[in-house]
Design a protein around this ligand. Structure first.
Ligand SMILES: NC(=O)c1ccc[n+]([C@@H]2O[C@H](COP(=O)([O-])OP(=O)(O)OC[C@H]3O[C@@H](n4cnc5c(N)ncnc54)[C@H](O)[C@@H]3O)[C@@H](O)[C@H]2O)c1
Ligand SMILES: [Zn+2]
Length: 365
């Protein structure tokens, strides 16, 4: 008999859009996927790299449904309208009606595209998230932000569309590269910084076990990350206020990613450098102590995450790109700062001097 893994289940409370997040090890092959599929048909959206690894396991969970498969090429450069349209083509060619369900099997790119397709197809059909990267498991699969990139900006086309369920199996992280794994660690550390200092302390104490990808330690880390994200999303689904704190380091990080045309730092590497820059502004604004920044820098460096922007980037590059950020409102740049470890705030009143000297220091060779 196969022993059933213990699965932790969290709930995202959003009224009639509430959904479970199931977290376990080995649960991919046990999950009752069919119970989340209303009609007879579903479309699994995945990419070329994932197919040989996990597609068969998922197909075996939906034997009593009529399943179509859409395999996209692998990469952020395909997260655009052209490739989104391939999903719509498939749905229409195979006669999927409003009772269909989409299943996203992959990292954040597949999750964002599938969610966006589900939000538009016939004015909205359900979708299920099966995130396979650490970043997607702790961040992008939860909260309902979906979308694709436009040539002129990342994630500029999108919608809010909550999944019907999120299924997380830490076993799939076994095939993830070290760099992708660390990229997800940056978001995990972010949750400690913005909302949960005890969790930050816990990550510090368990860093070796995390780096070794010890399963039960990972389940705890993912669970606490998802719990924090769920709480914030439940309080502010469409980011009118508090949800903005999830973007700690992201205004700087997005500038880095855009500067490098998404071909340099990974997302987590960019926000790692970005979080330290946001913390430097926080220090100059009189919030944080220097010792705290050193602690965070050590932890990020332990996971081999970047602590500086790329050498070629100048303060003027940051300024140009940061002003294009979605966080600019009424001509004012808003930054997520840290009042202290475990407490973030959204600030549009920081002094220009704090930002300028942060950029100067960060861009010094
Ligand atoms: N919607 C949100 O709230 C939100 C939040 C954060 C990030 N995002 C988006 O998520 C995307 C980044 O997500 P990501 O970091 O998962 O990138 P990704 O989806 O590109 O995955 C990274 C790489 O890992 C591969 N991969 C996936 N699972 C694997 C596995 N189990 N084993 C081996 N390789 C595997 C992928 O094929 C890819 O090559 C960005 O487009 C970003 O904008 C969205
Ligand atoms: Zn992020």
């Amino acid at each position: 008999m196969v022993e059933k893994t213990k699965v932790e289940t969290l709930h995202v409370d959003l009224g009639d859009r509430s959904y479970p997040i199931c977290i376990g090890a080995g649960n991919l092959s046990q999950f009752d996927l069919e119970s989340y599929i209303n009609g007879d048909k579903a479309l699994i959206v995945t990419n070329e790299l994932i197919v040989p690894l996990y597609l068969e396991t998922i197909k075996a969970r939906v034997k009593n449904k009529s399943i179509d498969i859409m395999i996209l090429p692998d990469g952020e450069q395909f997260k655009n309208l052209e490739y989104l349209n391939l999903i719509f083509n498939k749905l229409l060619e195979e006669n999927h009606d409003r009772k269909t369900t989409l299943i996203a099997l992959g990292g954040g790119v597949i999750g964002d595209m599938t969610g966006f397709a589900a939000s538009c197809y016939q004015r909205g059909v359900p979708f299920i998230q099966i995130p396979t990267t650490l970043l997607a498991q702790v961040d992008s699969s939860v909260g309902g932000k979906t979308g694709v990139n436009h040539l002129l900006g990342k994630n500029m086309l999108g919608s809010f569309h909550q999944p019907a369920a999120v299924l997380i199996d830490v076993d799939v992280l076994g095939t993830l590269s070290d760099r992708q794994f660390s990229s997800g660690m940056a978001e995990i550390i972010k949750y400690g910084l913005i909302a949960d200092v005890d969790f930050f302390d816990w990550i510090e104490s368990n860093r070796t076990r995390l780096l070794e990808r010890d399963k039960s330690t990972l389940i705890t880390a993912i669970e606490r990350s998802c719990a924090t994200k769920s709480k914030i999303v439940s309080a502010d689904e469409t980011e009118m206020g508090i949800r903005g704190i999830l973007n700690l380091g992201h205004t700087f990080g997005h500038a880095i990613e855009t500067f490098q045309n998404y071909r340099g730092y990974l997302h987590g590497e960019a926000i790692s450098a970005g979080m330290l820059m946001a913390m430097s502004v926080s220090l100059k604004e009189g919030y944080l102590a220097k010792g705290n920044i050193d602690r965070v820098e050590n932890l990020l460096a332990f996971f081999d995450l970047s602590t500086k922007p790329p050498k070629e980037m100048m303060p003027s590059d940051f300024k140009k790109l940061m002003w294009r950020d979605k966080k600019v409102q009424n001509g004012r740049l808003r930054l997520v700062l840290l009042e202290r470890l475990g407490k973030a705030l959204i600030d549009d009143k920081f002094s220009q001097l704090s930002l300028d000297s942060t950029l100067e220091n960060a861009c010094k060779p």
